[in-house]
Design a protein around this ligand. Structure first.
Ligand SMILES: [Zn+2]
Length: 305
């Protein structure tokens, strides 16, 4: 099962002829997390051949229209397609009151439950966990309350060596605790250190989604060492003042955050419609952080093997 992200929209504020507003799908080992849902998200899902029925969890960073105006369209389509599983929406609590009147228009036929989970805009919070993956929200610095999301695999168990099981005749009843890191004590009382009979699992993969935000070094701590950081870069340095006034970042600022957080790779997006191409953004970011790529619509990037 892959751990990857597909960019559905990379435009800020308004769509352009080749860029939709913000939306991404994170496929975390078979779980499909839709993150932001700008207008046209469902069209982009179709283009990427991502089945609507796979989406159970939708994360909305903040209530600017270019990040959630696609929501009612996709809810309506879920219903028309006969989807019956619950849909969880993680967002500002106000979203429910905004969207409920529209949902009520479909209500007669609504075949699934919409479950709203309010985000905490004051401090990081674990908002989702299952046996393999967790999602943590964390506050960003924008003109209205806004959260980023960290998608992270949970640490895996240690791999026990087959030869060790045979050599020490380790009973099945002990294997579970050894995989969790326990040493093995033989029948005659000898202690075999865990690292002699197991190997380390791969470190957990991680992806951080930093939606709209001004330059905000406070997030570095929480996104430290992630495999891939998505960070908005609405403007280039030429419009740094404009970026500051609208609580957005420049490509250079996104790169500074990536460098400080020692991430493996930076993806930038949320490009202002005033730019015809995204080359200048990438060039600017690369002066500080070389492994930068433009998160253009339709791009899928592996987070981990
Ligand atoms: Zn915004």
């Amino acid at each position: 099962m892959p751990f990857e992200v597909t960019i559905l929209g990379s435009s800020s504020a308004t769509p352009t002829s080749d860029r939709y507003p913000t939306a991404q799908v994170i496929n975390a080992r078979g779980r499909y997390f839709l993150t932001d849902c700008g207008e046209g998200t469902q069209i982009q899902l179709r283009r990427q051949k991502i089945g609507f029925g796979k989406i159970r969890h939708i994360f909305i960073s903040h209530l600017h229209g270019d990040h959630f105006y696609g929501l009612i369209g996709i809810i309506s389509s879920f219903n028309l397609l006969g989807i019956k599983n619950d849909i969880h929406i993680y967002s500002h609590s106000q979203l429910k009151e905004l969207i409920q009147p529209l949902v009520d228009l479909l209500k007669k036929d609504l075949q699934f439950k919409l479950i709203f989970h309010p985000l905490n805009f004051k401090k990081p919070e674990k908002i989702y966990i299952d046996k393999e993956v967790e999602v943590i929200s964390f506050p960003l610095k924008h003109s209205i309350p806004c959260c980023g999301f960290l998608f992270r695999e949970l640490p895996k168990e240690r791999n026990i060596l087959k030869e060790s099981i045979e050599y020490y005749k380790i009973p099945i009843s002990k294997i579970k605790e050894i995989k969790k890191g326990a040493d093995y004590v033989t029948d005659d009382g000898r202690t075999i250190p865990n690292d002699e009979i197991t190997t380390s699992p791969p470190s957990p993969g991680s992806y951080a989604f930093c939606s709209d935000t001004a330059y905000y070094p406070k997030i570095v701590e929480i996104i430290k060492n992630v495999d891939i950081l998505y960070h908005e870069a609405t403007f280039t340095e030429e419009f740094r003042e404009w970026a500051k006034n609208t609580f957005h970042s420049t490509a250079l600022e996104a790169a500074k955050i990536a460098k400080a957080a020692k991430v493996k790779k930076l993806i930038i997006g949320h490009f202002s419609a005033r730019y015809k191409t995204v080359d200048n953004f990438v060039e600017e970011a690369k002066t500080v952080f070389n492994d930068t790529e433009a998160g253009i619509d339709g791009l899928t990037i592996k987070i981990r093997q």
